[in-house]
Ligand binder design. Structure first.
Ligand SMILES: Nc1nc2c(c(=O)[nH]1)N[C@H]1C(S)=C(S)[C@@H](COP(=O)(O)OP(=O)(O)OC[C@H]3O[C@@H](n4cnc5c(N)ncnc54)[C@H](O)[C@@H]3O)O[C@H]1N2
Ligand code: MOO
Length: 654
């Protein structure tokens, strides 16, 4: 980690750099970048047929052979001359002398079919000389005649009947695939039938991926204090492959100029494109920036784009090769990658532009936005009366899940300060999004997974959106979800959830979870106390730092009641989840807080019980008969689910 003087120096340098940072509208940034690139498909390479799956055909491919390669029977039966069958009926069958051969698949015929004769033939057999039709075995019977075996035919045949002629499927020389075709299993089958065992395909653009940041560690290794798993490299490499590129993972680099420069030069030597992430905004931003400016012409074309997420994006071209520095924040990194880099990879890979689908939806809640930047808001879609509703995920650029969990996104123009609840928005879909079978909005609870696992096994796709108990209740009132999970404590009555019921809503009992004071194990200031004693003791000890909860949360109401107006140190630190409280205590940023028992156990914290919190569901009556809702209600009552909840530390409603 840098020492303080180093850090201050970096911040000062970054501030100076601000004057070079010209933030461009996204369209202008794209145009500038593309103008400096050759976006024609890369040259061809020939790969074995089996390896051509997912590749793009580089040159038109003509068939080497006819398919079928010869005239062949398309039924089991007898090859004969159609003219001999005229007038055949059940009552007056035509009689044929059988030739002494059986044309199984792969057998070359030896005997010509002369007038009045027939040759037994299997489906796929080669039509013998002289024959011009095949009759089905079901319309014949055989018997021993005077001069050998004979076949009796009960209906006439037309010339060409049941014969597939040579080249009728694929004609030799015919163009089977044109340049630019994406090879799927279907194309592979066709090429094999035409005798082709190698395919000229567009060479895949090699895309080097570098992550920068002192805090980054690869997934699979232990996470040190302050460490972050490098998720950008993983998602970028996978996305590169999805869009026809060949990812070249280069690894993680410290914010150290010389080593990073060496790595970027090595990447440029072996890749068609270089994608870096992290360290591009202010702060440490100048490292990648300085490196890029001396790698070769034309250098940095764009640094700063007027969009969110993605403002600090840096686009450079070094001797015709794109070098991109994506913002480190995962949502920003993947969003800018999709918008600015994917089109380049697809063009070099010879793939057509990605198909983009949009749906209209109504925005569920007012969504503020920063003036001056076009803001792309990741949303989940749910089906409601009158069409789709879009719920902003509200997770911000630092989220590692927003892009994966969103169904799509919509834009708030740069000059708008936000979008109003109920506004009609055009949502650009990400992937093959269709609304889930069951939408549960509100406060998320670990126990919910026990119920949803059962539904998943039944093929019911559920979506949970954590917007807090009140947000869930509001969505349920508007009929925008199937269920809203809540643990709302009414301070007046001291009861949960029921006082918040509204007309048209039903309360579905969920389960209860014990809340208590959490502290680090072995802390003598808490060991052996009851929950209430611990709160009193902690509130009176100025050395003990509290991690509180957000106003309005049930836990906060409980704690405020116990504190009776006291404001112990740390009272203003108000994260929004039990996990954040437990992490703060476990990592020593605070000494105590109130959280639920299951979370205390997950962080190996001491736990002093206070009171049970009720977690129930608000169910809009209008949705009660939906199959997925009925399945949910059935699942919650299952003994196996109840047992799983008990194992997780939850108790049933009394
Ligand atoms: N004073 C200012 N601070 C910031 C500004 C600003 O204008 N002024 N811009 C913000 C914006 S917008 C963004 S976006 C971020 C991007 O910053 P950087 O590109 O410099 O990224 P880092 O600082 O390196 O990292 C940010 C964040 O992301 C995590 N990270 C980085 N790499 C990875 C990775 N490979 N996998 C997972 N997570 C990663 C990193 O740990 C940080 O938490 O800057 C704002 N700040
Ligand atoms: O541009 Mo940053 O990506 O807003 O978070």
């Amino acid at each position: 980690m840098p020492d303080t003087t180093d850090l201050l120096d970096r911040i000062r340098r970054a501030a100076r750099q601000e004057q070079f940072l010209h933030v461009l509208p996204a369209g202008e940034a794209t145009a500038r970048f593309r103008a400096a690139l050759d976006l024609r498909p890369l040259p061809a390479e020939t790969v074995p047929l089996a390896a051509s799956l997912g590749r793009v055909v580089a040159e038109g491919m003509a068939a080497l052979a006819d398919a079928p390669p010869f005239d062949r029977a398309s039924v089991d039966g007898f090859a004969l001359r159609a003219a001999d069958t005229a007038g055949a009926t059940e009552a007056a069958p035509r009689r044929f002398r059988l030739n002494a051969e059986l044309l199984a698949c792969g057998t070359a015929p030896a005997i010509e079919v002369a007038p009045g004769t027939a040759t037994a033939i299997a489906t796929g057999g080669v039509i013998p000389r002289g024959a011009d039709a095949v009759v089905m075995i079901e319309h014949t019977r055989c018997e021993e005649g005077e001069a050998g075996p004979e076949m009796l035919l009960a209906r006439p045949a037309a010339p060409g009947q049941s014969i597939a002629f040579a080249g009728s499927d694929i004609a030799r020389g015919e163009t089977l695939l044109r340049a630019g075709t994406l090879v799927t299993s279907r194309e592979i089958g066709m090429l094999a039938a035409a005798g082709l065992d190698a395919v000229p395909v567009v060479r895949r653009p090699r895309v080097a991926v570098l992550s920068t940041g002192d805090e980054l560690v690869p997934p699979g290794s232990a996470l040190p204090q302050g460490g972050i798993y490098d998720s950008n490299a993983a998602i970028l490499c996978a996305a590169i492959a999805e869009h026809g590129g060949e990812p070249v993972p280069m690894g993680i680099f410290r914010d150290e100029e010389a080593a990073l420069e060496e790595a970027v030069r090595a990447a440029l030597a072996q890749a068609d494109l270089v994608v870096m992430s992290g360290g591009t905004s202010k702060g440490a931003g100048d490292v990648s920036h300085r490196i890029l400016s001396r790698l070769g012409p034309p250098g940095i074309l764009v640094h700063g784009v007027a969009l969110k997420p993605g403002k600090p994006l840096c686009l450079a071209v070094v001797e015709a090769r794109p070098v991109v520095v994506l913002p480190g924040f995962p949502t920003s990194a993947v969003f800018t990658f999709q918008e600015f880099v994917v089109p380049v990879i697809r063009a070099l890979a010879g793939l057509p532009a990605r198909e983009e689908a949009e749906v209209a939806a109504r925005l569920a809640v007012r969504t503020p936005s920063e003036l001056g930047r076009t803001e792309y808001v990741m949303v989940s879609l749910s089906e409601a009366e009158g069409g789709l509703r879009a719920f902003p995920l509200g997770k911000g650029s630092g989220s590692v899940t927003a892009f994966s969990q969103a169904d799509g996104f919509f834009a708030i123009p740069a000059l708008d300060a936000g979008a109003e609840a109920g506004a009609s928005v055009q949502v650009r879909l990400i992937g093959a999004a269709h609304p889930p079978d069951l939408t549960i909005i509100g406060s998320h609870d670990l126990g919910l997974d026990a119920v949803l696992e059962v539904l998943a096994a039944e093929g019911i796709r559920a979506r949970t959106l954590a917007v807090g108990s009140l947000g869930g209740l509001a969505a349920a009132k508007r009929g925008e979800c199937d269920l809203a999970g809540a643990h709302l404590l009414d301070p007046k009555t001291g009861t949960y959830n029921a006082p918040f019921l509204a007309p048209g809503l039903r309360l579905v009992p969920g389960w209860r979870r014990m809340q208590g004071v959490v502290h680090r194990r072995g802390d003598p200031r808490f060991e052996g106390l009851t929950g209430e004693e611990a709160v009193r003791r902690a509130a009176a000890d100025p050395a003990l730092l509290l991690v509180n909860r957000n106003a309005g949360s049930g836990t906060r109401i409980l704690l405020d009641g116990l504190l009776q107006g006291a404001r112990p140190p740390g009272h203003a630190n108000q994260p929004k989840s039990h996990n954040a409280v437990a992490a703060a205590v476990a990592q020593g940023r605070a000494d105590w807080g109130v959280a639920i028992a299951t979370v205390a156990a997950a962080y190996d914290l001491g736990f002093l019980p206070l009171a049970e919190e009720h977690y129930d569901f608000f169910l809009p009556e209008a949705r009660a008969e939906r199959p997925a809702v009925r399945a949910f209600l059935a699942a919650i009552a299952m003994p196996a689910v109840q047992a799983r909840l008990a194992a997780l530390g939850f108790s049933p409603p009394s």
